[in-house]
Design a protein around this ligand. Sequence first.
Ligand SMILES: *Cc1c(COP(=O)(O)O)cnc(C)c1O
Length: 396
Amino acid sequence: MTGNMWGWHDANGFTRLINVSGTMTSLGGSVTGPAAQKAAADAMGHFVKMHELQEHAGRVISRLTRAEAGCVTASASAGISLCVAGCMTGLDPSRAEALPADPGPRDIVVAQAGHLCHYGAPIETAVGLTGGRLRVIGQSTLCADHQLEGALNDSVAAALYVVSHHVVHYGQIPFARFVEIAHRAGVPVIVDAASEYDLTGFIEQGADLAIYSGHKFLSGPTSGIIAGRRDLVRAAYLQNIGIGRGMKVGKESIMGLVAAMEDWMSRDAATIRAAERAALDEWQAAVADLPGVTARIVPDPTNNPLDRLQIEIDPREAGANAAAFAAALGRQDPAIIVRDHEVELGYFQLDPCNLLPGQQSLVAEALRNVLGAGTDQAGADPRNGAIRAYLEWACG
Ligand SMILES: *Cc1c(COP(=O)(O)O)cnc(C)c1O
């Protein structure tokens, strides 16, 4: 264990925590590697023509995604707004400046009901910020081809497809079919793939614009990536004269992200995977003999090359339910923040992809201590917890 693992937290009075939940905005997004940290720090010392910087990033995005063009924005959520706006205005600056008050005649974005997710904010808001309107097709668990076909008329600027563990996983139109139907009607497809490792597949299958988060698995600074057709990327970038201004990305984030993308392209995926597997094995062994606890290794639901440890709790034998244990782990020092968005189903998960050196065995120890001891129900309300944290925030 590194001696000063908590030096930064302690010096500032911040809660010590270990992130085994995945990439969470509420936990600071990502931890960047040394190359991205240095690139961001170097950029802070210079003035630069931002359009040149964005062209530089665009070339790296093209290599990463095999898209024609790309640019960087503040977040994937910002990317959704800019792409939608770009599809509405094209490369017309007066129309870009008129948003959101006057979205013009092509102001509709079509999306499947099962794709309307909440990633910390409703995706509808990212669309609505442009002045555009959503035309929702299908119901939560079923959407058929005719519903997409029937929704595509002259007022439609784009069709939005969302890939995420947050969306409904059955009964939706498959991506390739969605693209085929939209393109037949001359409508561009925007794919929100914020959290997906597949950086080339959606473009390859015909996405006109693909959006990725810079600070999720890529481990860049807080940022978003837009990749796709050159005309549409340029139209999305133009929105910086309008609604995009409040979504401005700085030179430090762009250069940090470029370094993170280069790191990603040269990473040793097999070694990373093996280290993640070793963590899952250690945690699984740590809880193997605890009553009412079953731990199994499960694959990622959207087929990212990532496994997690799912800890299933039988409350009669374990002494508390999964939600209570997840909350109790969060009260340890360091706090162990687990993946609890499906906790009502009787389990939580441990995600190994953001572990820092020395943390693996601290997690194993906390699991044994907490899961072996029973606990009370305090804080066991993850559905409302995120909002409560905002309402309790007292601004210093
Ligand atoms: C995380 C996420 C977003 C938002 O990404 P940010 O870069 O944090 O804005 C949008 N869509 C999906 C599907 C996500 O998983």
